[in-house]
Design a protein around this ligand. Structure first.
Ligand SMILES: NC(=O)c1ccc[n+]([C@@H]2O[C@H](COP(=O)([O-])OP(=O)(O)OC[C@H]3O[C@@H](n4cnc5c(N)ncnc54)[C@H](OP(=O)(O)O)[C@@H]3O)[C@@H](O)[C@H]2O)c1
Length: 248
C-alpha cells in the first residue's frame, strides 16, 4: 500500500477518524489535502504531517465553501486522485415526533449531500485519468435502524446508496467507490461518554472492546489503495463483530 505522491483529499480531517487515516496515508507517502472547519486543528495536523500536507478550511455543508476548498487543493497538489469523504456529525438524540426538521435538513446536508458534491467535483479529473478511488464513511446506521436519530440513520443509509451508485456508474472509468462502516471507534466524542456507558457499549461488542482509529485506518488505507483494485461498491465494517451478531 504505497501512496507515493498520490493526491488524496480527506474531509473531516481535523480530528478522530479523518485525522487518523490522514496520518497513516501521510506515513505511506500520500500528498494530502485536509478539509474541515477548525483552522487551528488543521494547522496542527499540517505541522505534524509535513510539507506534503495542506489544510483547507470549509464547512462541507456549504457547497460554495466545499467547492472552493477542493479547487484550492487541486491548485496546490494537482488533480485529486482519491477522496476520503469522512466529515460527518451525529446530531442530537430526540424522539421522532419532536425531531427538529431544520436539524434533519442540516444533518442530511453535512452527512450526505456534501459527499455527492465532493464526488461530483473530483470525478471529472478521475475520468480524465481513467483512475480514481473514493471512500465514504458510513456507520452501523448505514445498515441498521436506531431510535431517536432519524436524520443520522437516513443520511448514513444514504451515503451507502450513493457509494453504490457511484461505484456502478464509474466502474467503466476505473474509478472505485466503497463505504467504510465504523463500529464503536474510540475518538474524542466516544471518550466523552460517561465510563459506565462506555462499559455498556463495550459489552455489546463481541470482541468486548471499542476499536481504535489506527485499526480503522488500516482498512481505509487498503480500500483507497491499488491493493483493492478490483474492490468497488462494497461496505466494510470495522466493528469487532457488532453488525453480524445477535444477542442471545
Ligand atoms: N467514531 C465512531 O465510532 C463512529 C461511528 C460511526 C460513524 N462515524 C463517522 O465517522 C466520521 C468521523 O467521525 P469521528 O468519530 O472521527 O468524529 P469527530 O472526531 O467528531 O470528527 C468529525 C470530523 O468531521 C468534521 N466535520 C463535522 N462537520 C463538518 C462540517 N460541517 N464541515 C466540515 N467538516 C466537518 C470535523 O471537523 P471540524 O469540526 O473541524 O469541522 C471533524 O474533523 C463521521 O462521518 C461519523 O459519522 C464514527
Amino acid at each position: 500500500m504505497d501512496f507515493a505522491g498520490k493526491h488524496i483529499v480527506v474531509t473531516g480531517a481535523s480530528s478522530g477518524i479523518g485525522l487518523g487515516v490522514a496520518k497513516l496515508l501521510a506515513a505511506r507517502g500520500a500528498r494530502l489535502s485536509l478539509i474541515a472547519r477548525r483552522r487551528e486543528l488543521l494547522d496542527e495536523a499540517v505541522a505534524e504531517l509535513g510539507a506534503n500536507t495542506a489544510g483547507f478550511t470549509a464547512d462541507v455543508g456549504d457547497k460554495a465553501q466545499l467547492d472552493a476548498a477542493i479547487d484550492a487543493a487541486a491548485a496546490h497538489f494537482g488533480p485529486v486522485e482519491a477522496l476520503f469523504a469522512n466529515a460527518g456529525l451525529t446530531g442530537g438524540f430526540t424522539p421522532f415526533t419532536a425531531f427538529d426538521p431544520e436539524v434533519f435538513e442540516q444533518t442530511l446536508r453535512v452527512n450526505l449531500t456534501s459527499v455527492f458534491w465532493a464526488a461530483q467535483k473530483v470525478i471529472p479529473a478521475m475520468i480524465a485519468a481513467n483512475k480514481g478511488a473514493i471512500l465514504v464513511t458510513g456507520s452501523m446506521g448505514s445498515k441498521r435502524g436506531m431510535a431517536m436519530n432519524p436524520a443520522y440513520v437516513a443520511s448514513k443509509h444514504g451515503v451507502l446508496g450513493l457509494t453504490r451508485a457511484i461505484a456502478v456508474e464509474m466502474a467503466p472509468h476505473n474509478i472505485r467507490a466503497n463505504c467504510i462502516i465504523p463500529g464503536f471507534i474510540r475518538t474524542e466524542a466516544l471518550d466523552r461518554i460517561p465510563p459506565e456507558q462506555q462499559g455498556k457499549i463495550e459489552g455489546r461488542v463481541p470482541m468486548r472492546r471499542m476499536g481504535s482509529v489506527e485499526e480503522l485506518a488500516e482498512v481505509a488505507a487498503f480500500l483507497l489503495s491499488d491493493a483493492a483494485s478490483h474492490v468497488t461498491g462494497q461496505d466494510w465494517a470495522v466493528d469487532g463483530g457488532v453488525l453480524e451478531s445477535i444477542e442471545v
